[in-house]
Design a protein around this ligand. Structure first.
Ligand code: ACO
Length: 329
């Protein structure tokens, strides 16, 4: 009986750091406001010529090395992103070429900040159906490129980075990925969007002048949605896995806002020392937030072999989802 498990993990953060103090020079804000309202202290910014695939490749190479696999052993590459290099070709195809994964199929998946959890779930289905032995799942974002640097409501929140995992058939249903849970509510799509640049509002001088190619967000509504949905996703996926929340050793939440996570874990009665946060260093990296946090939590020794790990994502769409797994390495 095939069963999917994470056999390799890696991440990459661009070296350029943008602190809250730096942002005080850009918009009317303060380190104090950003820290108390969000928990963010600094974020990474991709270089001018660096696109999502460049970040993705670096994370993917580390994940492959960790899994001790050659790129040619990968059957499928899924890149979760809201900031692809281009409309097409898919960023996953660019990654496939750059890492030499010549035997792989490749596509992008767009599910807002839930992208990584969605992609992990898709990879699980392909492995469990026996279609592929190894799938590379990457969350890669260059949100700095679609951020309106004159809008203090949004520009303080986001950052760039990439995280990747190799999902392989481990042939043991008691370990690896135990359950996935995905949901969406498109009626909330207008709460968080990039209005122009697609087929609804193609690029014109007018759309550029109105700054419609940047992230537009109703922060307080997204906040309320996120708190509610984190709890719902966590409870549902744990139930699907036949577990209880008290069985969870570590929670890796989407890193959007410290207050969202604090409110959600209070409702779930989870102790903060079972929750991994790195939002202070990187801000919200959308699809990259969860795999980067997972990688750090593993490398720092917080997550150990046999631990039950819960990951919860939420974001544009609106979308939300969760995965629960037993760490196998
Ligand atoms: N610096 C100083 N003041 C600011 C800033 C800033 N950077 N940003 C907003 N303000 C002001 C507002 O203008 C407002 O002023 P006003 O009362 O004079 O109008 C005041 O601060 C309060 O604004 P609120 O929106 O009430 O602040 P809130 O406590 O809700 O925090 C925030 C705002 C941080 C955006 C919060 O709502 C939030 O985190 N929402 C969720 C955002 C999120 O997670 N988005 C990503 C989802 S995932 C994805 O798919 C990308």
């Amino acid at each position: 009986m095939p069963n999917a498990g994470i056999t390799g993990i890696g991440s990459y953060l661009p070296p350029r750091v943008l602190t809250n103090r730096d942002l005080e020079q850009v918009v009317d804000t303060s380190d104090e406001w950003i820290t108390t309202r969000t928990g963010i202290k600094e974020r990474r910014i991709a270089l001018e010529g660096q696109a999502a695939s460049d970040l993705a490749v670096k994370a993917a190479e580390k994940a492959l090395e960790d899994a001790q696999l050659d790129a040619k052993q990968i059957g499928l590459i899924i890149v979760a992103t809201v900031t692809p290099d281009m409309f097409f070709p898919a960023t996953a195809c660019l990654v496939q070429d750059k890492i030499g994964a010549t035997n792989a199929a490749a596509f992008d998946l767009e599910a807002g900040c839930s992208g990584f959890v969605y992609a992990l779930s898709v990879a699980t289905q392909f492995i469990n159906a026996g279609v592929y032995q190894n799938v590379l799942v990457i969350g890669a974002e260059t949100l700095s490129k679609i951020t309106d640097w004159s809008d203090r409501n949004t520009c303080v929140l986001f950052g760039d980075g990439a995280g990747a995992v190799v999902v392989s058939n481990i042939g043991d249903e008691n370990r690896g990925i135990l359950a996935n849970y995905l949901k969406a509510d498109g009626s909330g799509g207008e709460l968080l969007l990039v209005p122009a640049g697609g087929s609804r509002l193609p690029v014109t001088k007018d759309t550029v002048e109105k700054r419609l190619h940047y992230i537009n967000m109703n922060g307080s509504e997204v906040f309320k949605f996120a708190v509610k949905i984190m709890g719902c996703a966590a409870k549902n996926v744990v139930k699907l896995a036949g577990l209880k929340l008290s069985d969870v050793d570590y929670l890796i939440p989407h890193q959007a806002n410290r207050r969202i996570v604090d409110a959600a874990i209070k409702r779930l009665k989870l102790s903060p020392d079972r929750v991994y946060m790195n939002l202070d260093k990187y801000g919200n990296m959308s699809s990259a937030s969860i795999p980067v946090a997972l990688d750090e939590a593993v490398k720092k020794g917080f997550i150990k072999k046999g631990d039950t790990v819960l990951m919860v994502g939420f974001g544009a769409g609106l979308t939300w989802g969760a995965s629960v797994l037993r760490w196998i390495k």
